[in-house]
Design a protein around this ligand. Structure first.
Ligand SMILES: *Cc1c(COP(=O)(O)O)cnc(C)c1O
Length: 481
């Protein structure tokens, strides 16, 4: 099985090479030439680890010993052996993706990516170390640090905007342990940090360096593919609870930013899982809602800062993969992406829009409604959700009321409420004074929902990474690592 770029049908690489490279040389994203035949029914019979290994072996066949890699990535690192448990809440089922080592949904993918990357390195005979460079606005940095820490042959350096991440997120990163990690604050905002990282990639191109640069974001198929498992997990949970019989379709509502999570759901469907409609939930940054409803993608609008910051995004890179999958037309994808870059907008042909709308539905939810939803779900069901999950819940409700579709609904929960204690406390009418740690404890007293261990024991831990540099010093910083 070969992979090629979403923007060009030539230039095949195998799956190990696709993981190693991340982005295709023409700027497109790697996709398999065809979706392999997959025994989805027997996959459903396994544990979460076995499901993960089966799915990843099918999509990344050139990477050997997948069960071993999966076990190294996950065993003993998540709160439950399910990795991603799900619970019935009202008429829906909530799939909890935040039970990993850093309480971020990104743990599912970023625990696995290092294993895939080092295995791909061995397959391809790459000798030099890989240096992962990441700019983070919060969650990705910590999840990547934890996933890559002490992985042999890899080093990781995370840049975050000085004063631009939450107290808890900063504490998570600056206390990071591991012999191969660096964390550094940059004087500037997230865009400055991200531009700085892009400039480092450009500056290092073609230069003889003792390491090979790579990134940890969801353009890499090795970060996307591990996310398919939890759709199978949720489906299996519905089967086990007697809510569905095998083959019955299930809808999923997905709080969406870069379109990686929801695309993994679509890949689950292509692998055979009976996935009904995928509901794309956004916050006030509703570019995707407009796109799925009208066929016009238009990023020419201001970015709104919301209480669900992981969805504050105007360009969702993995949407490119969907356009490719549904059109099978790399020339079209290439043209649309160029237009987006140069003019800030594009409109897809009618047939492609219809293909999208027959599989996806979209809705958005502003901060006020997210807060009301948090409160309502708490009061009605005693389930505490964070603002991202609340957007997913609200979109699921919109979908059911507008379409009357009665198929079972799974709402993906992408963050622990303790990652956003101020917004959640405020939604519940609680006192939001004091530090984020004080807020966490107050929220826990109010609701009796336990604080995840990794967040509860952060306060007072020694700070190991206190570097702060001007934004023009990022390249020298990396070269001196
Ligand atoms: C990253 C993230 C998302 C968005 O996921 P995508 O795969 O980028 O669509 C949603 N919620 C939370 C809490 C996240 O961290």
């Amino acid at each position: 099985m070969f992979y090629h770029s979403t923007r060009c049908p030539q230039g095949h690489v195998d799956s190990a090479q696709a993981v190693l490279e991340g982005l295709a040389p023409d700027g497109g994203l790697y996709m398999p030439q065809s979706i392999p035949a997959f025994d989805w029914q027997s996959c459903l019979g396994g544990t979460s680890l076995e499901m993960s290994a089966a799915i990843l072996s099918a999509l990344l066949p050139d990477i050997p010993d997948m069960p071993g890699l999966v076990s190294r990535a996950y065993a003993g690192k998540f709160e439950t052996e399910d990795l991603t448990p799900s619970v019935p809440v009202g008429d829906f089922r909530i799939l909890e993706l935040f039970r990993g080592p850093t309480s971020a949904f990104k743990d599912v993918a970023l625990s696995m990516l290092p294993q895939l990357l080092t295995a791909a390195k061995t397959v391809k005979g790459v000798k030099e170390d890989i240096l992962i460079l990441t700019a983070t606005s919060g969650d990705t940095g910590k999840a990547a640090l934890e996933g890559f820490r002490d992985v042999p042959g890899v080093r990781i350096c995370v840049f975050y905007p000085h004063g631009g991440v939450s107290q808890v997120q900063r504490a998570q990163m600056v206390t990071q342990e591991g012999g191969n990690v660096a964390v550094c604050a940059v004087e500037g905002n997230f865009d400055d940090a991200q531009t700085g990282v892009k400039d480092i990639f450009a500056a290092c191109q073609g230069r003889a360096l003792p390491f090979r640069l790579s990134s940890a974001n969801s353009i890499n198929i090795g970060r996307l593919a591990p996310q398919i498992m939890y759709y199978f997990r949720a489906y299996r949970d519905l089967l086990d609870s007697g809510k569905i019989s095998l083959g019955q379709e299930v809808n999923f509502s997905v709080p969406t930013g870069n379109f990686g999570d929801i695309l993994a759901g679509y890949l689950a469907k292509l692998l055979g899982l009976p996935v009904g409609t995928l509901i794309c939930a956004s916050n006030a940054n509703n570019v995707l809602t407009d796109f799925i409803r009208t066929g016009t993608y238009d990023r020419r609008r201001p970015l709104v800062k919301t209480t669900s910051p992981s969805m504050d995004i105007l360009v969702s890179s993995n949407l490119e993969r969907l356009l490719y999958l549904l059109s099978n037309d790399t020339a079209l994808v290439s043209r649309l992406m160029t237009q987006l870059k140069e003019q800030g907008h594009y409109t897809v042909p009618r047939a492609l829009l219809e293909a999208i709308q027959s599989r996806f539905w979209a809705s958005c939810c502003d901060d006020v409604r997210a807060a009301k939803t948090i409160r309502r779900v708490w009061e009605a069901h005693k389930y505490l959700c964070d603002p991202h999950t609340a957007a997913g819940w609200a979109a699921a409700e919109d979908y059911v009321s507008e379409t009357g579709d009665g198929r079972p609904m799974v709402v993906l929960s992408t963050a622990s409420p303790y990652k956003f204690p101020a917004a959640v406390l405020e939604a519940l009418g609680g006192d939001t004074s004091g530090s984020e740690f004080a807020q966490m404890h107050r929220l826990s007293r109010l609701t009796q929902v336990p604080i995840p261990g990794n967040l509860a024991n952060l306060e007072g831990r020694p700070e190991r990474h206190t570097d702060v540099i001007p934004k023009d010093q990022m390249l020298p910083y990396v070269l001196n690592l």
